[in-house]
Design a binder for this molecule. Structure first.
Ligand code: HEM
Ligand code: SF4
Ligand code: SF4
Length: 374
């Protein structure tokens, strides 16, 4: 990719695409640029998150290098996309931390693991860390319930608050002029695009995840990763309900809602993140952005570690290794929550917001066409 200013470069490339429109039909980026002659920062931040990075337009492009126009739309949008995450974090100090995420994320995870370990040493007897105990309440004899719930609640609240604030800022920058009714009517198609991730299908044949070859592997692996993450989160909710509503303390039997959700979620998350890591490894580097690739790998490693450590607790919970494995797993979970605003996690609400805007625009364009025809 050229070394030009990323905003000027994106404006240049998108003007060429808007004049060419050969790739119309591949994804919603092309209808969104149709007829436009210039792109401001809000347009660019919207388009960069609307792009699903399927790389279809790179393979189809007649103006890609070595052509003098040197159009590389996926890399251009990927560069802007990873910048947009930092731009909308609030307060701006968080954006600066995001830009240094290569240091900040590992530092937060190590800190969270150290705090968890120190809390165990202060609140429980060190012997409990190495004893084989799988009776009811065993986990809380390693890390007492108030400490576990307190650190989990604080780090989760932090993650939800910072991600929500960033998403609100982002939406305010890209929101179209639309009535509440128009937004409500656009919600179902937007939700369908979010849940199915159909734009990772490159207009039908799938992503170019291995050079010229297309497949739906990336889409399927993403579903496994995101689905595994959601099931694992539901497992924690179910465990809290068992604890507070039924008065039963962990560890729970294998055939129970928290364990089954955690087991299926953990296996899906492990398989999904391992598969996506492999695709990152074999990916064509030219139509991508190095910083975005690093963000992907860091997030995948974090998700994978959380999943594998949770499965290890389940597998070894009746052995003397349970204590250390539990502390390691909990430290990773707390670290993941605390580091979430500085990871690729921001792509989920930003992409959802961009897809909602695309659905509103599509609906308004259809209404205008109907009015013109009538
Ligand atoms: C609103 C829902 C979501 C949407 C629309 C969405 C969309 C996408 C898209 C289009 C990509 C590929 C492009 C890119 O590299 O940025 C991607 C990548 C990724 N997503 Fe999501 N996502 C969502 C939720 C999630 C969730 C809940 C997780 C798991 C916690 C997740 C994990 C990942 C990971 C790890 C990657 C990078 C892997 C890769 O493609 O190399 N996503 N997402
Ligand atoms: S990516 Fe290339 S072929 Fe496709 S619309 Fe842009 S300039 Fe045209
Ligand atoms: S990479 Fe795929 S999603 Fe992104 S602009 Fe090109 S065709 Fe659209």
């Amino acid at each position: 990719m050229s070394q030009a200013d990323p905003i000027e470069e994106a404006d240049r490339v998108l003007r060429i695409c808007a004049a060419c429109m050969y790739c119309d039909g591949l994804c919603p980026v092309f209808p969104a640029i149709d007829g436009k002659h210039g792109f401001d920062l809000a347009d660019l931040n919207y388009l960069s998150n609307l792009c699903h990075n399927c790389q279809g337009c790179w393979h189809d492009c007649q103006y890609a290098p070595p052509h003098a126009f040197a159009v590389n739309l996926p890399a251009t949008l990927a560069d802007l996309r990873q910048r947009s995450y930092a731009d909308y974090l609030w307060p701006p100090l968080l954006g600066r931390a995001f830009r240094a995420s290569g240091i900040v994320v590992p530092a937060i995870v190590v800190l969270a693991m150290s705090v968890t370990f120190a809390t165990v040493l202060i609140t429980a007897s060190p012997a409990q860390l190495f004893s084989a105990d799988s009776s009811e309440g065993a986990f809380y004899r390693v890390l007492p319930w108030p400490a576990m719930a307190g650190i989990a609640g604080a780090t989760l609240l932090w993650a939800v608050a910072t991600l929500t604030l960033a998403t609100v800022q982002y939406w305010r920058a890209i929101a179209p002029r639309a009535s509440a009714g128009e937004i409500m009517r656009a919600l179902p198609p937007a939700l369908r695009d979010i849940v199915t991730l159909r734009h990772l299908g490159g207009g039908g044949p799938g992503c170019h995840d291995e050079g010229d070859r297309t497949s739906h592997r990336r889409r399927i692996l993403h579903h496994l990763t995101a689905g595994g993450f959601l099931l694992s989160a539901l497992s924690t909710v179910a465990a809290a309900a068992y604890h507070h509503l039924l008065g039963i303390a962990a560890p729970y039997p294998i055939i129970s809602l928290p364990v089954m959700l955690g087991l299926v979620g953990g296996v899906a998350l492990t398989a999904g993140s391992a598969g996506l890591l492999r695709l990152e490894y074999i990916a064509d580097r030219q139509p991508s952005n190095r910083r975005e690739a690093r963000l992907n790998v860091a997030f995948l490693l974090l998700l994978g570690l959380v999943a594998v450590s949770g499965l290890a607790v389940l597998a070894f919970r009746s052995t003397p290794a349970m204590g250390l494995l539990l502390v390691g797993h909990l430290g990773l979970v707390f670290g993941m929550f605390a580091a979430l605003p500085f990871t690729k996690a921001l792509h989920a609400p930003f992409r959802a917001a961009a897809l909602l805007r695309a659905a509103i625009d599509k609906q308004q364009a259809a209404a205008r066409r109907d009015a013109d025809a009538g």
